[in-house]
Design a binder for this molecule. Structure first.
Ligand code: NDP
Length: 339
């Protein structure tokens, strides 16, 4: 298939790109600068321009940002939209989180409808942030599934960056489903809703100081920041980036994924378990790691929400990697950038 992948230099998208190429697809990926395009191209020298090419889209928050990128010869058959800000370092929630997420999502759908009539499927990276009800806490009597929607309001969205990020994912995904209903385009969509994504980084795009948000806790624990007290886990469910990336690719390949939302999680974890797993595999971090008596980082005492991840296993046939394997491989990849 000829595929447009947005944000190809991102943590998750870098793995989506690998799997697309392994599966024999021909990919154009958007990045924000020529420098990023050069870095990605340099590390994929065995693929010719017919297999891997680039389009520069500097800011997805601009209306019509994707108008040119969706045009291709040969034309695209599928689009995977991953680009969206995921960090909390913002001063203006509206401009820095909500606009790129929402305008980015509706923008690409509009551009595809207008200028890429051969596209049959658009896969969108949403998040567990659009599923969780953050006002219910640990909610032990509830089972989260694709049926749940975060009820966050527009007023709550701008109260702080954490709300802003969750709202950005919720509103963007809602906008995609609304687009489908109102515009009745030629394509179907599939949305990917992962919780915390852990797993190896692509070394040539990363440094220890500029690490993607979800892996920062692993780096911090390796660097001794949890030695006296392990920080609260926050979200207690996770998935490995390679499994999530495979889900994105399967979602363009499998007819049955059409117009489905996927809650993609491998299961529970705690920050304490991250520290234990690092210790089991890498003795050199012993001095930096917390011990069994260090306070914090454990599961909540009053129980935790249940999770129903049956759909992704049944429809996409995915088998999840273990937490231990994920942590082991993540640490190894961080060592490659100096950890
Ligand atoms: P990254 O920060 O590594 O990737 C984000 C990507 O989006 C980067 O390529 C970034 O480009 C691009 N981007 C951000 N803002 C803009 C903008 N205004 N214009 C153009 N491009 C932009 O994070 P992840 O790979 O983790 O995130 C990818 C997707 O997965 C996001 O949609 C995120 O919400 C979602 N997600 C991530 C989870 C996680 O735990 N990692 C969990 C659930 C969902 P650049 O780096 O050049 O700025």
């Amino acid at each position: 298939m000829r595929v447009l992948l947005t944000g190809g230099s991102g943590f998750i998208a870098a793995h989506v790109l690998e799997i697309l190429l392994e599966h024999g697809h021909s990919v154009v990926t958007t990045v924000r600068s020529q420098e990023k395009a050069r870095l990605v191209a340099e590390n994929h020298k065995s693929y010719g321009k017919d297999k891997l090419d680039f389009a520069i889209v500097e800011d997805i928050a601009q209306e019509n940002a994707f108008d040119e990128a969706v045009k291709s010869d040969p034309p695209f058959e599928a689009v995977i939209h991953t680009a969206s800000p995921f960090h909390f370092n913002v001063t203006d929630v509206q401009k820095q989180l909500l606009d790129p997420a929402i305008i980015g999502t509706t923008g690409i759908l509009k551009s595809v409808k207008k200028s890429a009539p051969t596209v049959k499927r658009v896969v969108i990276t949403s998040s567990f942030a659009s599923i969780i009800n953050p006002f219910k806490g640990t909610w032990p009597e509830h089972t989260y599934s694709e049926a749940d929607w975060n009820p966050i309001s527009a007023e709550q969205a701008v109260q702080n960056p954490a709300n802003g990020y969750r709202a950005s994912k919720t509103f963007a995904e809602r906008a995609a489903w609304d687009f489908l209903e109102q515009e009745k385009p030629n394509f179907t969509i599939a949305t990917m809703c992962p919780p915390l994504v852990l797993g190896p980084i692509v070394h040539y795009l990363n440094s220890l100081d500029a690490l993607n948000t979800s892996n920062q806790r692993i780096r911090d624990i390796m660097q001794g920041k949890a030695k006296d007290e392990i920080p609260e886990t926050g979200t207690y469910i996770w998935v490995d980036v390679r499994d999530l990336a495979l889900c994105h690719v399967l979602a363009i390949e499998k007819e049955e994924a059409a117009n489905k939302r996927f809650f993609i999680t491998a299961g529970y974890f705690s920050n304490k378990q991250i520290a234990e797993s690092i210790g089991r595999h890498y003795s050199q971090y012993k001095e930096q790691l917390p011990t069994s008596s260090t306070p914090g980082g454990d599961f909540p005492k009053d129980g935790l929400y249940k999770i129903d991840n049956e759909r992704v296993q049944k429809v996409l046939g995915i088998k999840f990697r273990s937490f231990d394997e994920s942590i082991k491989d993540t640490v190894k990849s961080l060592q490659a950038v100096g950890a």
